[in-house]
Every structure is written in structure tokens, then in C-alpha cells.
Design a protein around this ligand. Sequence first.
Ligand SMILES: Cc1ncc(COP(=O)(O)O)c(C=O)c1O
Length: 384
Amino acid sequence: MIATSTLEISAKAYRQNIRYIRSEIGPKPTISAVVKGNAYGHGIAQMVEIIEKAGIRHFCTFSSDEAWEVLEHSKRGSEIMILGMLHLEEIPELIRKGISFYVFDFERLQRAIDVSKEIGIHAKVHIEIETGFHRTGFDWNQREKLAEILLENQDQITIEGLCTHYAGAESVSNFVRVKNQIARYHEFKDFFNSKRIAFKIYHTACSAATLIFPETIMDMVRIGIAGYGFWPTKETFFAKLNSLPKGNKNPLRRLITWKSTIMSLKAVKTGEFVGYGNSYMALENIRLAIVPVGYGHGYSRMLSNQGMVLISGQHCQVVGTVTMNAIAVNVSKIKDLKIGDEVILIGKQGGKEITVASFSESTQQVNYEMLTRLPKDIPRIIIP
Ligand SMILES: Cc1ncc(COP(=O)(O)O)c(C=O)c1O
């Protein structure tokens, strides 16, 4: 089967990004690679291979289904940690397989303890605390009861980590909120230490916190977006600009290239409309290339009459509406095109580039959203 488009994933770019993160955090902290959302759209199977070859042995997933997928593809016995959803009935199997998970309420904690006792294997739990994100995490007023349960059951479960997540470390507008979160984290930590509860590791930082709030780098950092070569926001990039190596050259490299081919070529006369409705009328005689990628493949409808692709090293604009399976692009300025010629939706061709940022800007989507919407069934090919 040959798909209508392919995603190439550069292992070399990933290694470069990890080198940069390592240079920022120093030799000691563990890097956990965040592979939720199908590895930010890059493909869990491909990314597990790339990440382990880059020397990383720790993964974060959002949910248990993703954790099972990582386990299936992991060849180096890496640690897997679930940050969010799991079904309580899966806990015995997760414990047996050594998969660790966040605990943010008493029900999950109790179940982990009960199952550990029952099967005689320690659950590996990370205690998530509420510091201001207000999604998941034990509240400050639950700390006494939590400490009591943890102390009582220290011999039944492994209390792996104390963790939290910051509410927008990627923007200075959240500066006070993040600083307050850091302070609250330390209050929790001091409280648990005073009760002599020993956590094996402390971890709080995502990409933006790692880069902008170095005090959040503890025993482990949870790196998602930066590993895939994107700054969490432009602001994060500007904030780091002065300290960047080699004359401010961006040290992060995009892994992903999205390619398709020309499916059909067509001439349209002045005054004719292109595609559904009348959103685009040809103001002169034009030639179109039809590319078999549409919103069903993750190419947003918002890119109607706006998106750009590269063909023969030249920018060509999407004309008319993006349909479920195809777009039309204006190729009037390019000669000698034929069916099967390469089309770049994201990536470089002939010295020009379509970035994910440009893509996301015209759709009001953040990088994260655009990437994770890339359907799982587009083939991902690792480029070493
Ligand atoms: C708990 C947690 N840690 C780490 C990350 C990774 O964030 P980023 O991709 O910004 O590095 C996420 C992603 O949202 C998260 O939810």
C-alpha cells in the first residue's frame, strides 16, 4: 500500500535537540521523553526507536494505552510513566510490567496499595500535587491524610516521585503564577520531608520550565515539544536568544517533514471558481496542481486560500477550500510539472522551507495541536 502522503522523522535532529537540552540541564538530571499524543504526531513506534537510540531510557505517556504502545516498541527496558489516565482495573498489569504512574487522588492511591499487597509487587507511584494548574493533583489541605497513608504503606509501594506541572511556563504573562507554583511545590516538599517521607526523585519541569525557569530542573525533566525541535512559544526562544550558542543560531531542529505528490494537473480560465462554493475565483488563466491531502489527513480547513506548499523549490498557494482529501495549489509560475512530482507540506525543498510555525499561525493552532492532529495512519519513516 502506498499512502497519499508520508512523514519523514529525522533521528539526527532529535539527537541535536537532546544535546542542546543536556547542555542546559547539566549531566545529572534524567531526561524523560514525553511521547503522549502519538509522540506529538511523530509516531510512538518511530519515536521510541529514535529516543532509545539517542540514549534516553525514560518515557512519559498521558494514558495507559500509550504506555502499552511504548512497552511494545521499547527494546532497552526503558522506564515508562503514565501522567494521566488509566483504568483502575489495569493497575495489576501495570504493576506487573513495572510501569509507573501518577497518583493524584485517594482512590487511585488506595487501589495501588491494595493491588501491591495482593500480588506482592510494589506499585511505582509518582505523587502529583496541586500547585496552581488546577487539573489533577492532591490539594494542600489533603497533605496530612496523604502523608499518613504514604507513611503507613511505605513498605508496600515504591514512592517514586513528587511532581507537579506548570500552568504556562512558556509565557511571561504567567510569570507570577509559575513562581507561586514553584513556591507551593517547595512547601509540599518541605512538609513531606518533615514527615520523613522519602521520594526517590523530584520532578516538575516541562520544556518551557526547563529553558526559562532553571530552578525547576530537579532530578528529572519531562521534555516534549523541545525534543521534537520546537520552542514552546516564540517568547521562549527570544528569552533564550542571548545565551544561545554560536551566534544565536537556533539549536533546535525540526524532526518532521511532510511530503506528498501531485495527483493531477488542471488549467482554469479567468472568471472560473475553484473548489466548493465561490471562495476563490481565478482572476487570470491559472494552472493548478491537485495534492491528495485534505483536512481528513490533518491539513486544516483554516488553510483554505492561505496555506503554502513547496513544489520544484517554489512556494505555491492553496486556492479554494481545503477538502476532505485534497487541496488545489496554484502552480502557474512553474513549468514542466508532471503527475507524481514531490510536494512539501512541511519541510525544505530547494533552499526554501514551510515551517510548522507558519502552518500553525494561519490556523490559529499551536504547534502542539497541529502536530497531534496528524492522523496515525500516515506512514512515518525514520531518517537516520
Ligand atoms: C505533566 C506534563 N509534563 C510534561 C509535559 C511536556 O510539555 P512540553 O511538551 O511543553 O515539554 C506535559 C505536556 O503537556 C505534561 O502534561
